[in-house]
Design a protein around this ligand. Structure first.
Ligand code: DGL
Length: 278
């Protein structure tokens, strides 16, 4: 059955969103998508085989991501793809859009709202080492930094700590503290009052980050803005039929233990399937 014209929110249940990340970080975006559109049908892909993205070169990411996304879209047949990864979005979004025939929504670090919110005019951008050195982020700062001092800090350790946490392992809060302390010890670090979580893994550690910060700050991420953007893109689409199989998480390169499968189930992915690394 073909449903056409602008869809109202009830009809969003018929749409299929593919959420993509290097690992479990995209689940912070899935949580926002489900909060806004509780009945939405989603598939999830974690590129475990190539994680962490944050320490890969631009050339490596541009070499892998467009072809991978093109293959996934042909196989999974979503209506929309959400690249729920700041590193991938700030590096290869236009290359991915160049080869994928459906709307591709990327994640932009929330520098604009953070700069507007800051009273001390000092914000930090906490992302992966790759994200914080991308030209894209420099441009966001010069366009939307609102004359704030901006402290950039990259961490790969936090990505793996988030992976461990969501695999059901205990994580050491002091390791989290060690990952973020250079940000607060930098020049003007004492004045930071807003931290942009510019990696989708990091909202999954919010509790630990709050505990680890030497003073109280506001933590801002892009998850809810991405969910609103996805909803508005979906409302403008037409569609044929909803998928008729359980919502599935595909894990490229393994890491499909029982606790991880249980955790994906908690985010609405009834099935997890480990694919061979490629
Ligand atoms: N979750 C990702 C991001 O938002 C990538 C983390 C990584 O693989 O380094 O940047």
């Amino acid at each position: 059955m073909l449903v056409k014209n602008k869809l109202n929110s009830a009809l969003l249940v018929f749409m299929h969103v593919l959420v993509f990340d290097s690992g479990v970080g995209g689940l912070s975006v899935v949580a926002e998508l489900r909060a806004l559109m509780p009945d939405i049908y989603m598939s999830y892909v974690a590129d475990d085989a190539f994680r962490p993205y944050g320490n890969k070169t631009e050339a490596q990411l541009k070499g892998r991501l467009p072809g991978l996304l093109q293959t996934l879209v042909l196989a999974v047949k979503p209506d929309v793809v959400v690249i729920a990864c700041n590193t991938a979005s700030t590096t290869a979004l236009s290359e991915i859009r160049g080869v994928v025939q459906i709307p591709v929504i990327g994640v932009v670090p929330a520098i604009k709202p953070a700069a507007q919110m800051s009273k001390s005019k000092t914000i930090a951008v906490l992302g992966t080492p790759g994200t914080v050195k991308r030209k894209y982020v420099d441009e966001l700062i010069s366009d939307f930094g609102n004359n704030c001092r901006v402290i950039l800090h990259g961490s790969t350790g936090l990505v793996e700590l988030a992976e461990q946490k969501l695999s059901g392992l205990d994580i050491d809060r002091y390791e989290v503290a060690a990952e973020i302390s250079p940000m607060f010890e930098a020049t003007d670090g004492n004045d930071i009052d807003v931290v942009v979580l510019a990696c989708t893994h990091f909202p999954l550690l919010l509790h630990e980050l709050k505990f680890a910060a030497p003073h109280s700050v506001n933590w801002v991420d892009s998850g809810s803005a991405i969910a609103r953007r996805t909803q508005s893109v979906l409302e403008d689409l037409t569609l044929d039929a909803p998928p008729n199989h359980p919502q599935t998480a595909l894990l490229i390169g393994g890491h499909n233990n029982i606790d991880r499968a249980k955790m994906f189930k908690g985010f609405g992915f009834v099935k997890t399937v480990a694919l061979p690394a490629f």
